[in-house]
Design a protein around this ligand. Sequence first.
Ligand code: PMP
Length: 325
Amino acid sequence: MTASEVHRASKARSEGKRSAQRAAGERSSSGRPSGVCWLEGRIVPADEARIPVRDHGLLYGDGLFEGIRVRGGRVFRLDDHLARFAAGAKALALELPVALPDVRRIVLETVREHATPDAYVRLLATRGEGPLGVDPIPCGPARILCLVDSISLFPEEKRRRGIDLVTSSLRRPPPDVLDPRVKSLNYLNNVLAKLEARTRGADEALLLNAAGLVAEAAVANVFVVRSGELRTPPATDGALEGITRATVLELAHALGIPACERSLGRFDLFAADECFLTGSGAGLVGVRSLDGRPIGAGTPGPVLARLEAAFADACVSLGTPFDAA
Ligand code: PMP
């Protein structure tokens, strides 16, 4: 087959798939609605959204993103996500092409179009199109896109029994290499750590920083409970300033559970009564083992259970209803 024949065949295949999807009322094979994407002022089925190959987000990972959860018809902590997005854009000297209130409108519009009470929002800003070469100066304007889709990071059965972690052989880059507080499109460190964990039969990776202290998991923050106290590493040890993490710290204070940010080593996980991860995608998920050794009782613990119940309420009180918005 020549290159143009290959192109024609693949185009025919994807057109067939699209018309099948339309015939099925925009439902995916799983029966769930397919994702939708805001791009250049239009919301289209996610399968149809395309960006040009000269976008530096694709060529160099030059850009940033947010992962935002929609639960029970509400967008969780939308303004906090937007604030982190804006701070990350500043750190990358990336000028957002629209003002933050417009980004907010884009997110809510796309979530409304998706019309599903539980979903995941992937908001992206790329440096935009430019000539080949890493230089961001000739690029732009920056491109915004907002994908709303379903997500399931861990199967229900694993969430119930607790997930298995392994310590990654990769270290989290120090802030003077690539600041982990910026949710940049450069996620290879996370991808390779996750790959290593999965190929070693675990669910998720524990990443240490260059000093050997716990930074976070591949795509989630880490908490331990020891002697009734909740502890999580400071962001300066190599963690993202997680929105779920901040919520858990606030809920702990409200519930009277002592909680603090402090540096942790692997020792602190082995010695912990409980360990769990937090993230927009992961939610709150208990850890049952690290490197093949059980943590605490080897099942999700009672402090996590209390926080989960409070978190479910927080999803209502801290969520923006997208129908009314
Ligand atoms: N760390 C990393 C590297 C992540 O990708 C995520 C997921 N966004 C988190 C932590 C958790 O952050 P949040 O609670 O804001 O989703």
